[in-house]
Design a protein around this ligand. Structure first.
Ligand code: CTP
Ligand code: MG
Length: 241
């Protein structure tokens, strides 16, 4: 057993921001869409930069905006040693590009730029679980709806016990060598944990947070705007006049 408190641990974070944001339909890549005047990516990077064990940060950007000196990057405060690489046509390809640039770290977290309001505590819970010996750890929250499995005709084939289901979020964290091996398999999946699970590794779910929701549609962006507006309002009230 590794003594998690004694062992030095470096964490690399890959922020995937190379998607086009088709469902949001803002006319520019989703991670660069402004949220209260700053790109979603800027909000996400601010939180990652506060992670105590941060050893490397890789941002995976769309090829057409991969130059961090460009105008779209205004409001994204990258730490000086952050690396920017161009993404691929699928999320899986983008993660693979980021993973190739993350360097020699113990733990890798993969995070969606689109989950731009994910609290720091969620990152810390994921890191702690991997430091504690899990091959992988993902944040998850209980489901509010009952879920059905259906066949191609829409006929219900089953009702999984809701108590055993979790909706999972990012950041998803792994021992670096485990994730690298999983990506070498060449398979594709909608989340990184699935590839690691396929390799027979134990991946645990840690407590997620409603604020780790993914900005997918216009409604989600408006929800994020309201969260930040409320925060700004609360902060203004605390100021003495
Ligand atoms: N992503 C990526 N490279 C891709 C596709 C997605 O880096 N080729 C990233 C997105 O930038 C996002 C995260 O993966 O931060 C989750 O993807 P999603 O929410 O599906 O974003 P988009 O693919 O941009 O949106 P859409 O599917 O609506 O086009
Ligand atoms: Mg997508």
């Amino acid at each position: 057993v590794i003594d998690a408190d004694a062992a030095p641990c470096s964490v690399g974070v890959v922020v995937v921001a190379a998607g086009s944001g088709t469902r949001l339909g803002a006319g520019l890549p989703k991670a660069f869409v402004p949220l209260r005047g700053r790109p979603l990516l800027g909000h996400a990077v601010d939180t990652v930069a506060r992670l105590p064990q941060l050893g490397s940060l890789v941002v995976v950007a769309p090829p057409e905006v991969a130059d961090p000196a460009g105008a779209s990057w205004a409001g994204v405060d990258l730490p000086p040693d952050a690396v920017v690489v161009a993404g691929g046509a699928s999320r899986t390809a983008s993660v693979a590009a980021g993973l190739a640039a993350v360097g020699d770290v113990d733990v890798v977290l993969v995070h969606d730029a689109a989950r731009c309001l994910t609290p720091l505590a969620v990152f810390e819970r994921v890191v702690d679980a991997v430091r504690g010996g899990a091959a992988g750890a993902v944040p998850g929250i209980p489901l509010v709806d009952t879920v059905k499995t259906v066949d191609a005709d829409g006929v219900i084939t089953g009702t999984p016990d809701r108590a055993s289901l979790r909706a999972v979020q990012t950041p998803q964290g792994f021992a670096r060598e485990v994730l690298v091996a999983a990506y070498r398999s060449g398979l594709a999946a909608t989340d990184d944990a699935a590839l690691v699970e396929l390799g027979g590794h134990h991946v645990v779910v840690v407590e997620g947070d409603a604020l780790a929701f993914k900005v997918t549609t216009r409604d989600d962006l408006e929800h994020a705007e309201r969260v930040l507006a409320q925060r700004a309002g609360a902060a203004a009230e605390r100021l003495p006049d």
